[in-house]
Design a protein around this ligand. Sequence first.
Ligand code: ASP
Length: 328
Amino acid sequence: MTTRTVTLIHTGGTLGMGPAEDTCLAPGPSLDRILDQVPELRELATLRMVVAFNQDSATTEPEDILLLARLIRSEAAVSDGVVLIHGTDTMAYTASVLGFLLADLGKPVVLTGSQRPLAYVRSDARGNLVDAVTLAARGVAEVGICFGDHWLRGVAADKVSVHRYEAFESPNLPPLAELGLHVQIHPHAGAFPLQVPPAIGPVLESRLAVYSPFPGMPWRLPNPDCAGVLIRAYGAGNLPMDRPDLRDLFLHCERRGLPVVVTSQCASGGVDLGTYDLGRQAQGLGAISGGRHTPWAALAKLSLALGAGFSVGEIRHAFATSWAGEPV
Ligand code: ASP
């Protein structure tokens, strides 16, 4: 009999869904009976079950994630690791926020879910749950997404497929673990310098303007109550700097003291504003390079930094610094 204790926290997502109306999926009864459906989980650890909420993750609000951060901290005090069952749609954002807020936890936090509900034949839920509990019982202190055959660092991961069972990737960081015939945990798992600024607290500023440019897009000024801007630029960080409306946007943000963070529309690689003349022009107007941050890690970092009252200069420094093992 194992002596490890793992807390399973249910938040919803496809894993626990059932049919609604005719064929569409909606949250079903919460997973009270998960141990009846996957009894082998008991062979891996002593389990504590907590239902935080039961929703499609597309409805996730910042307060939900902050509640989870508090819940995980209190559960980690009485267990060896935590598994978070979460919908895939916003899992990468939740994993990014939790990756920063719980970087000092010292215990595994394993997010998982599935593409097909647990109750359906050929579901990926059973395997993902078994792998997630296995990882949570191993003691490697990471906040990561366990899905398909891999465990990925949360602050480096993104959803890349709506149908493949290998639904997540971390394009700029090798997986933390491979889950095949054997569980192979790589040496960089749990090994990252902990540099989350102490001022970061449980406040997520969500009044952000996010732009995803395309040729011809009108550059409208952000709303008066906007606290920060994120632009998902082309390739290495290029933007149409010949556009007066875009230049106006940069000048407007500079006047108002709003940070303008530039990430890339490309998943792999990152922003280097020095590569092209256009990137340099954006830099000259105050653009902050998002480097190799995923869109979710960039949003999480910007929201937490603004929530902590960081200045534009401090946010610039934050994006040049890996807080919790995220590629920068
Ligand atoms: N819409 C679902 C959710 O994110 C998708 C999933 O879980 O795969 O809750």
